[in-house]
Write a protein that binds this ligand. Sequence first.
Ligand code: G6P
Length: 608
Amino acid sequence: MCGIVGYIGPKQAAPLLLEALEKLEYRGYDSAGLAILGGNGLSVCKAKGRLSVLFDWTEGGATMPGTAGIGHTRWATHGEPSDVNSHPHLSHSGRVAVVHNGIVENYAELREFLTEHGYEFQSDTDTEIVAQLVDFYYHGDPVKAVRDAESLLSGSYALGIAFAAHPDLLIAVRKDSPLILGLGEGENFIASDIPALLKHTREIVRLDERELAVLTRAGVSVYDRFGDPVEKAPEHIAWDVSAAEKGGYAHFMLKEIMEQPTAIRNTISPRIKDGEIDLGLVHITEEVIRAIDKINIVACGSASYVGMTSQYMLSKMLHVPVTVELASEFRYSDPVVDEKTLTIVISQSGETLDTLFALREAKRRGAHIISVVNVVGSAIANESEDVLYTWAGPEIAVATTKAYSTQLAVMYLIALHFARLRGTLSDAALSEAVAALEALPALVEEMLGKREQMQYLASLFFNLRDIFFIGRNIDYALCLEGSLKLKEISYIHSEAYAAGELKHGTISLIEPGTLVIALCTHAPLREKMVSNIREVKARGAVVIAFTDENDASVPAVADHVIALPSCAPLVLPSMPLIPLQLFAYYVALLKGCDIDKPRNLAKSVTVE
Ligand code: G6P
């Protein structure tokens, strides 16, 4: 997501910060900015677009003299990419400048509070609230002001803060978003990630949850959440820059797989308040939601498989017909949609051309449109009636992982919110489901613990030519994504089949040694899956099966078992995909494929 840098020392800060920001470009961004502490307090320059725009505007930093400052590359979450929404944000008095990575969940309440106290806001961001709140609490003591403000924030934040009246210090504080300090000789640094620092120092300190650091030229002091000093031993970084960009992972895909618990938490938790779901829909009213008599989901690729997985869940929970259509087919299909139809458009990039045109077609016919999009301000987001962002952060690897998981998480939120409005779930069932949703990030974390097992299984099967995936109901939809993931990056041919269809053709392809991956997570049909496993085993297949950790029937017939934690049916679909992503990753790794940039594929498909 966003990139933060900060510098205090003897050198000119602006050119140094611009260079440091370049090293964070891999994180993805849509705008950038600097706040420099010079002779006249704080000067700020920020610009939508590439860093080169900021570089040109500041003549490489020369127009912003000063030896301390903070900088930022923004990846929009609240408010679309624009000069005014870019960071740093200044408080209205001009006394405080803030850069932020994360999401302040209670920003609307805080904004109201500050407005009542006469504060005026320039931007649509959650971050501006932080600058104003620190300003509100500032009465001469910068550390106290930051602490008082920070204690009111809920959500995730890494913050770099500069005060006009204190040119000799910077403050850094974090919760649930990364932030590190770099230690130099007579100079010190703040950064979101190590690559920004490597040119200047290899001695770093990682801030722990809610630790606050005060940086001066002479040194760095760190305090815990109670204000007590903390001794932090510096860590020496021996990595090279390219390894550092990936957080020490060999590929962005693996990094993004591992980021899923955080990404899902960022997507879900701002939308659950006191046990109730608040989607923050602006245009689609409750009356419209109650009146809908059909939902159709349009998307491409993995996003369409999110749609297929959600189809089972939505129709069961809401008692309405739900269809899923590939955007490229939908747009030419003379679709039957009208003002009682809700079209849900799913797209990571928000720019996929077929999906955009499908959206327009549905809109033209009167459908209400909600989109589920990762990139703020993208075409699909802009043209939708309402948009629900997946706050997954930029996804760099072509094969989607964290965007897929967060799209699924948004679909759970939609299902529960709509079920409440339409009265199709009891209050007790709703509270149970919301609690299950809140527990999801921890479960996903647990699934990442399957990494070694999947690596081992990949080592057994990476040289196969064909792999089959079978499942029923939601498991079938998950098979489609598991199979796509594998073929996208490993170039192994694979097919996903509804297990009940095996007998109608596919079973003729099974021969001794064929690998069949069987998803048996959907409990009502597990016994049917046991029969299907027996059928393929009888023809010589080797079976890797996914089932509940308490189930004994599948382990009795499969060769290898991936045991999934018992969890609420609502969130179950999020479980198997994590090991399947890891399996695809390790197979591709063993085959020596270009994992982050598979041949012939593009991240964003903006042509028909
Ligand atoms: C490409 C990507 C897929 C993605 C699909 C749809 O094929 O490689 O990962 O699922 O486009 O992209 P979107 O940005 O609309 O989700």
